[in-house]
Ligand binder design. Structure first.
Ligand SMILES: Nc1ncnc2c1ncn2[C@@H]1O[C@H](COP(=O)(O)OP(=O)(O)O)[C@@H](O)[C@H]1O
Ligand SMILES: [Mg+2]
Length: 115
């Protein structure tokens, strides 16, 4: 498994765009359709909403499928891989005919502002 970190203290320099582009590229046929997980640590969560769409992201937040909730839960006891997987939201692959049918499935672990 490879991990790629995209980070910078500066805003507006292309972090989210590069993250989404890399996720799309690595999961595409050009790159042997690798399994990709995007862990979004930015409270602005642009990568999450770009990949999932607002509605799916809101669903994740409503269901508590976020990194913040996962870490809070982890404080009580370590999560099993199966339990951790429940916190991932999927951008499903586009099947059938249509101009977006090149899109592959991408897993997203999103974040939320800690209130
Ligand atoms: N390689 C690029 N060339 C030109 N514009 C870009 C490039 N990457 C990102 N942008 C644009 O720059 C702006 C900021 O990008 P974004 O990915 O949101 O940055 P960040 O996540 O670092 O705040 C957006 O309008 C985006 O479309
Ligand atoms: Mg961003």
């Amino acid at each position: 498994m490879h991990s790629i970190a995209v980070y910078s203290y500066k805003g507006g320099v292309g972090k989210s765009s590069l993250t989404v582009f890399l996720a799309e590229f690595l999961s595409s046929k050009c790159c042997d359709q690798k399994r990709v997980l995007v862990v979004d640590l930015d409270p602005q969560r642009s990568s999450s909403t770009t990949l999932l769409g607002d509605e799916r992201w809101l669903e994740a937040a409503k269901d508590g499928k976020t990194l913040v909730r996962m870490l809070r839960r982890q404080l009580t006891r370590p999560l099993t891989a199966q339990e951790a997987r429940l916190y991932l939201k999927e951008r499903p692959a586009a099947r059938g005919k249509g101009k977006f049918n090149f899109l592959q499935s991408i897993q997203v672990l999103t974040t939320e502002r800690e209130e």
